[in-house]
Design a protein around this ligand. Structure first.
Ligand code: 13P
Length: 252
């Protein structure tokens, strides 16, 4: 089963609109002859329409970093899936550990967001990952099991065809300390078997599982060489087009 790798950049709360457009344009010009890998960047909500327009017709695809699960309504400060879709975005990151940690997102909320993204025709990137304490206490599998099972609770197989899973160990995010090849291999193998157990073996073998957490040009080749790793979700190293392209070109 061939799964086209996805290299995604999560720009978090960095870059004004003009800065985001400048980086996106630069990136698009650098990836004009990239094949066999999908490329996505997720700027802030404010930059979404600007960036989407600036990379239209290039291999660079666009994603949002979050959404509100309602279609519309009196939810001051929030943005719905339909609104994101209307900008030209294709993807949406859901349940990032920073949302769970700083904004109190629970698995139940994550699940509502996943369903809302699917309804609007966005491809959800569900983020899961354990904290350092949870790993030390050997609770990694338990934590991931709950995040995936509860995050996808009640979703039908037909709804999940565009789902992407991203394993991002919290202790590896922004720390410069990526998980080791062995650690990543172990978790990704487990996640694939969990998808099989929860849904089906066909679904499990079709679903892309990304790794995120201190991915850099120096370690990307080793990480992408791991069986069951189908791409990367990159934070810091995606902010500079020249650095990010080196990650995208990991196979060259
Ligand atoms: P870093 O690549 O900066 O560790 O961030 C990873 C991340 O959180 C991507 O969503």
């Amino acid at each position: 089963m061939s799964r086209i790798p996805l290299i995604a950049g999560n720009w978090k709360m960095y870059k004004t609109g003009p800065e985001a457009v400048e980086t996106a344009r630069k990136l698009a010009s650098l990836c004009s002859d990239i094949h066999g890998v999908e490329i996505m960047i997720a700027p802030t909500f404010l930059s979404l329409p600007l960036v989407a327009a600036s990379v239209e017709g290039t291999p660079v695809k666009i994603g949002a970093q979050n959404l509100h699960f309602e279609k519309q309504g009196a939810f001051t400060g929030e943005v719905s899936a339909d609104m994101i879709k209307a900008t030209g975005a294709e993807y949406v990151i859901i349940g990032h550990s920073e949302r769970r940690q700083y904004f109190g997102e629970t698995d139940a909320l994550v699940c509502k967001k996943i369903k809302s993204a699917i309804r609007a025709g966005l491809k959800p990137v569900l983020c899961v990952g354990e904290t350092e304490t949870q790993r030390d206490e050997e609770k990694t599998i338990l934590v991931l099991d709950k995040q995936v099972s509860d995050g996808l609770k009640g979703c039908g197989l037909d709804e999940l065809k565009d789902l992407i899973l991203a394993y991002e160990p919290v202790w590896a995010i922004g720390t410069g300390k990526s998980a080791s090849v062995d650690q990543v291999q172990q978790v990704h193998t487990y996640l694939r078997s969990l998808l099989e157990q929860l849904f089906s073996s066909e679904f499990s073998s079709q679903t892309r599982i990304l790794y995120g957490g201190s991915v850099k040009p120096e370690n990307v080749k080793a990480l992408m060489g791991i069986e069951d790793v189908d791409g990367a979700l990159v934070g810091g190293a995606s902010l500079d087009a020249g650095t990010f392209i080196k990650i995208i070109e990991y196979n060259r």
